[in-house]
Design a binder for this molecule. Structure first.
Ligand code: FNR
Length: 371
């Protein structure tokens, strides 16, 4: 039996915000801000979260619900509630368990996990950690030949869907990162690291686990022919040369026969892009039932998940919500985050007087007139 870390066992840890607080305590500022921050003024990041408050519920009272059914099915994956773990790059910097720990917690919770291209663990090891559904998120870093190598490995390992991220023609300007020395942490000389070392020494638990884990990991799934796995430091420059066009999507459809999902980021790319919940109804109307619509951005509570489903999403992707748990305490931290969200979804459905996720629709919401 894995022991629950003492920090997680506190009765004060009741929501995702509390896990964020634990993550902030455990991580040096450079890593916490990488996880927590967004692009430029962080308008989109804040708005992604705030927008959920604009939508309120229309509950049905005095309804008995003996069994509340939270299950849903997305791209042939059966989920215990309508959530999928989103790709989070550099997860292994947050905790040595990184992507392997997150995938194992996803399986334990009966959910699917999406592995980022920017992963410190080999995709084969992530697959071994979870018998549940695992998807592979693709950046075209290193070009088509490198991507084909990763796709082939993912297929052989048993990844069931490809998630193609298309909003990174350049990396967004996450202003906290250069200020905190993210580039210097990942590479550079010991002299360039010096100004940033105090934040490491004031977080000895993180520092010790980082050093025992071997320091900055290589990107095990971006294998450059003749050179081996790419170093973490090269990513920003490499992303700038990895623009995805609709022509690339046509090529991917030829080489990957499984489902393909197109995704964009949680307020980390184009600041000023609208909040995702706000544009969800427009996207659902345009797709018109031809494909399942998944949404992410700003989901921090089960009631947020319920609102997104009412507005037409088949499921949501969780980003920071589970990564705060990972950063706070590794696999048990992710498990705790997922337990909190699952319990929230069930409680919200019961309070709404709705027996199942599949019965949710916009009649359970008050949607602002100007939407
Ligand atoms: C991300 N996201 C992301 N997306 C992707 O396709 N590949 C990646 O490597 C990453 N890396 C990444 C790192 C960190 C620290 C964050 C916070 C996000 C975007 C992610 O998959 C998802 O779209 C957002 O996290 C959703 O927003 P919330 O839930 O974090 O608000």
């Amino acid at each position: 039996m894995r022991r629950t870390p003492r920090s997680l066992a506190s009765p004060r840890i009741v929501n995702i915000h509390d896990l964020r607080h634990l993550a902030k305590r455990r991580l040096p500022r450079v890593v916490f801000d990488y996880l927590d921050g967004g692009a430029e003024s962080e308008v989109t990041l804040r708005e992604n979260c705030r927008i959920f408050d604009d939508v309120t519920f229309r509950p049905r009272q005095a309804v008995a619900i003996p069994e509340c059914d939270l299950r849903t099915r997305v791209l042939s994956a059966d989920l215990t509630f309508p959530a999928i773990l989103a790709p989070i790059g550099y997860s292994r910097l947050m905790h040595p368990g990184g992507e392997v720990a997150a995938a194992a917690a996803a399986e334990e919770a009966g959910l699917a996990y999406t592995l980022s291209t920017i992963s410190g663990h080999k995709l084969e090891n992530v697959r071994i950690a979870s018998k549940g559904p695992v998807w592979y998120q693709l950046y075209l870093v290193g070009g088509r030949e490198v991507a084909e190598g990763a796709i082939d490995r993912a297929r052989r390992a048993g990844f069931s869907a490809l998630v193609v991220t298309i909003d990174t023609p350049v990396a967004g300007m996450r202003e906290r990162d250069p200020r905190n020395g993210m580039k210097e942490l990942l590479g550079g000389s010991i002299f360039s690291k010096l100004p940033f070392l105090p934040q490491m020494f004031t977080h000895p638990r993180w520092l010790l686990s980082f050093l025992i884990d071997g320091g900055v990991p290589k990107l095990e799934n971006i294998v450059i022919p003749g050179k081996g796995p790419m170093s973490l430091i090269d990513v920003t420059a490499a992303l700038a040369q990895a623009v995805v066009t609709w022509e690339d999507i046509r090529w991917l459809k030829r080489i990957w026969t499984g489902p393909i999902v197109v995704s964009n980021h949680g307020g980390r790319q184009l600041d000023g892009a609208p909040a995702t919940l706000k544009v969800l109804p427009e996207v659902v109307a345009a797709v018109n039932g031809q494909a399942d619509v998944l949404m992410d951005g700003g989901v921090r509570r089960g009631s947020d998940i319920v609102k997104a489903i009412c507005l037409g999403a088949r499921a949501v992707l969780l980003g920071r919500a589970y990564a705060f748990g990972l950063a706070a305490a590794g696999q048990p931290g992710v498990t705790r985050a997922l337990e909190i969200l699952r319990a929230d979804v069930e409680r919200t459905l019961r309070l709404l007087g709705c027996p199942s996720v599949s019965a949710l629709n916009s009649s359970y919401l008050n949607i602002p007139n100007h939407w």
